[in-house]
Design a protein around this ligand. Structure first.
Ligand SMILES: Nc1ncnc2c1ncn2[C@@H]1O[C@H](COP(=O)(O)OP(=O)(O)OP(=O)(O)O)[C@@H](O)[C@H]1O
Length: 483
């Protein structure tokens, strides 16, 4: 543990001036102490080399103590957020901000590391107390989570936001803003708001990754999962080639083929768009997307509608818990589910959305793998149900083959699919970072009533995006990161 070098908390500096502040941080940095508090904010510097402070022992130490009892560390702040979530059942938000290459992504990985290992310690709460918290929190949580996790014992969410400080603050961007034509003041502000909103939607991509970080295995939903599997039994397992060009699979477990001419509340334009290229990346030349499109068209002309109906059924405000379980069950087969957003305003503009929500449930897959290991092979699909996997194509038959893999093999593949989580971190190249994240990101980490992370909902935003979510945040624990 560090001996005190400089001042741990800048608030306690005797002569608080910029020079003293920087000098203090510099003193600490020279001794590899990259974190310094400013109250409950953390200033973190990029050490550009591995430092031993990130060990699991540290996770336990910081998990046991209060934020100011140990030297400044990102774990201290994360523990503060984590304990506040558990103790007060209030959603927490940590904002990570800094220039490119400053270490935001690395810091976020450490936060995830902390959250996944914190429960290794003996629990100090009784299950009853926690269960009580879970019941109160579901009412106070964000609507989208309450809806999405209707069947789970969710304690709350911790939002981790990686905010990109980019073009909007550059002189060129400021100049462009100044030079833009200026209509009337009210119209100008409205137009600007609309364009920001539009831009953020256009650049928004959402992913949901459920993973089994928990150390306890619940049996909830197992029966539903079996039913869902028996009912569907025709899905493709996602393959891992290129994440961006991976094909989103249609989820048909709960959908029936629409009648010809049946109306759909999905606009034709959106249907066209969703089939205009890879549903993952929107790339029109994605070969995988094109080939699967042909398969789906061969299986039935209504296939695109099926896909969208599946999405809508999940988003419908009248979706029952049972339906959501079925969806969850079908997702548990690792079908990547393409769906639009649930918010009404997103529905309005969904034709302009580039991205989509995806869901890969490792948690359910794990449970299902165990159960299906003991089940006979599923019956052939009903002729009336349109399925992409009944198409006698090599990819379909190989998916059939894949389905008969052992539970362990399947689970391994599930974990491989969790690459979306890593992919979300970055793959652009900037002057300061070879592996820069392309977008600002909002990570919604859901913590269950026992304190285990259940999964993460990743939303990508353009640099404008944070205007959108900043307004919504009430509890912010900022971390400022300097390169
Ligand atoms: N705490 C740390 N310990 C060790 N290395 C670090 C740490 N933080 C950052 N680095 C190094 O700096 C590099 C860039 O960090 P990172 O990708 O997290 O920056 P970023 O702020 O997310 O950048 P961008 O905004 O461009 O995505 C990392 O690849 C890593 O080598």
């Amino acid at each position: 543990m560090e001996q005190e070098i400089g001042t741990w908390d800048s608030v306690l500096l005797e002569n608080l001036s910029e020079d003293n502040f920087i000098n203090n941080i510099h003193q600490r940095y020279k001794r590899d102490h990259i974190y310094t508090y400013i109250g409950t904010s953390v200033v973190a510097l990029n050490p550009y080399h591995h430092i031993s402070e990130h060990s699991l022992d540290n996770v336990r130490n910081y998990g046991d103590k209060g934020i100011f009892q140990l030297p400044p560390h990102i774990y201290g702040l994360t523990n503060l957020a984590y304990q506040s979530l558990k103790d007060h059942s209030e959603d927490q938000c940590v904002l990570l901000t800094g220039e490119s290459g400053a270490g935001k992504t690395e810091t976020f990985k450490m936060i995830v590391n902390f959250l996944t290992h914190i429960q290794d310690r003996p629990l100090c709460h009784t299950p009853n107390v926690l269960r009580k918290q879970s019941s109160t929190s579901s009412a106070s949580g964000m609507a989208v989570h309450a809806h999405r996790r209707a069947s789970s014992s969710c304690s709350g969410t911790a939002n981790f936001i990686i905010c990109k400080n980019r073009a909007e603050n550059t002189p060129a961007a400021a100049m462009a803003r100044r030079q833009s034509p200026s209509p009337g003041p009210s119209q100008r502000s409205r137009t600007r708001d609309e364009s920001i909103e539009r831009q953020s939607r256009r650049n928004m991509r959402e992913k949901i990754v459920d993973f089994d970080f928990s150390h306890h295995k619940s049996s909830e939903n197992i029966s539903t999962l079996i039913e869902a599997h028996a009912a569907s039994s025709h899905h493709l397992h996602p393959t891992k080639s290129c994440f961006k060009h991976q094909q989103t699979q249609a989820c048909t477990a709960t959908a029936t083929p629409p009648q010809k001419g049946a109306t759909s509340n999905t606009s034709p334009k959106y249907a066209m768009l969703s089939y205009g290229g890879c549903r993952q990346c929107g790339h029109s030349k994605c070969i995988r997307a094109q080939s699967l499109e042909k398969e789906e068209c061969g299986a039935g002309t209504e296939s695109p509608m099926l896909l969208l109906r599946g999405s809508n059924s999940r988003l419908s405000s009248t979706t029952t818990a049972h339906q959501s379980n079925l969806n969850r069950g079908s997702c548990s087969n690792l079908v990547r589910q393409h769906s639009t957003e649930s918010q009404p305003e997103r529905d309005r503009d969904r034709h302009s959305l580039m991205g989509s929500t995806q869901r890969i449930s490792l948690y359910d897959a794990h449970k299902l793998s165990k159960v299906l290991g003991e089940l006979p092979p599923p019956p052939p699909p009903h002729p009336s149900s349109v399925s992409v996997s009944v198409s006698p194509t090599p990819s379909a038959s190989s998916s059939l083959h894949r389905r008969h893999k052992s539970p362990t093999q399947r689970l391994r593949e599930c974990v491989t699919c969790a690459d979306v989580f890593l992919e979300a971190m970055g793959n652009a190249c900037t002057l300061k970072n070879n592996n820069s994240s392309r977008y600002g990101k909002l990570f919604d980490i859901e913590i269950d009533f026992r304190g285990d992370p259940m999964g993460v909902h990743i939303t990508h935003y353009s640099h404008y995006g944070h205007h959108h979510w900043r307004a919504k945040l009430s509890h912010i624990l900022p971390i400022t990161i300097g390169g």
